[in-house]
Design a protein around this ligand. Sequence first.
Ligand SMILES: Cc1ncc(COP(=O)(O)O)c(C=O)c1O
Ligand SMILES: [Zn+2]
Length: 406
Amino acid sequence: MCPRCGREYEIDPYRFRCDKCGELLDAELLLENVHIDLERIKRERWIGVWAFREFLPKVADIVTLREGNTPLLKLLKVNGNAYVKFEGANPTGSFKDRGMTVGVSIAKSIGARYIIVASTGNTAASAAAYAARGGLTCLIVIPRGGIARGKLAQAVLHGAKIVEVSGTFDNALSLVLESLSKIGKRGLVYPLNSINVWRLEGQKTIAYEIFLDVGVPDYVIVPVGNAGNIYAIWKGFEELRRLGLIDHVPKMIGVQAEGASPIAKAWQLGLKEPLFTSSPKTVASAIRIGKPVNWYRAWRAVEKSGGMFITVTDEEILQAQRLLGREGIGVEPASAASLAGYLKLLQEGIIDRKDLCVLIATGHGLKDPDIILNLSYESIQVSSPEELVRIMLSEQQQTDVIVIKR
Ligand SMILES: Cc1ncc(COP(=O)(O)O)c(C=O)c1O
Ligand SMILES: [Zn+2]
């Protein structure tokens, strides 16, 4: 269904936009057809995303790596009531796997031979792995020099064909969309970039898992790039509400990096549309996006939930990343934006320390090792066991790595 003009369409794996107004279409779960057996779901939680199959599109062939069922970890060192949903625990290390299992299953079920994505990295890594698992060829279009090395390595490992374009993610996405319109042939290549609504259907399972773990939080805080995930999580809660399993949804907080905040800046200025930019800048490459394609659905979700969009600086993001690291939770910079946002809203008194908050940690720290090492790698050299013992037992805590010289 079109969220802007209300026009309804039959289910079609290739239809993403409304013919009438051009808006991206939403997938409507027909609640009258859904029977939810919560006890069965709880028993089968270990399966992950497909434990929630009643909420997902019906596919003939499921391509899975057992994604989902990620841990919800209480934050121990921050004075508050916050939990981290650690999506880094997914098979390729990000929440993208939840959507990719659905998207690649559809591709396989309709007999496609190729899938294609534009990506800031995590989508590429995930698409490559799921295509490999499903026996499909994966084409990836990425901004040259704009993706973290861990993600590129994953795409290479899983055998994707990789194409680089100059410019940003937005250029990569335009190229994919243009090339698809030139192929024109349905069924051969299946597009799994951010306008594919079926991926978001998989991502909404984050909400169901949070609900099973802690009920309805007061706030769910999400890093925002293309703005699909925050909508997907809201949609998951909204479906639970419509099914009568909960009576309200959490306030959704979208966090963007200051240098890449087309939605959050417009929101704060009281505008009705994002301030798109062609030169987004932030250390957090996964959310370095100037023209978020899912902005409309994300805006609506945040508005309806009573939440807001905010910005955080790169420095705040990196501090939050370090803080999580010191709790044993390793995330990439983009993912730390949710903790940075939480700390900011606590400080501003918008969120109370007693409010139950869930911070979505979208991707694993190993995705982007260069950021971590370039910023905080110090070493001490030692030449004797005595010296090593002295360092080991000293209270000083600056050193990250100890190199032994023999
Ligand atoms: C680690 C990470 N965090 C956040 C995001 C942003 O998600 P979305 O584009 O759905 O807003 C992405 C998307 O690439 C990501 O990879
Ligand atoms: Zn429309």
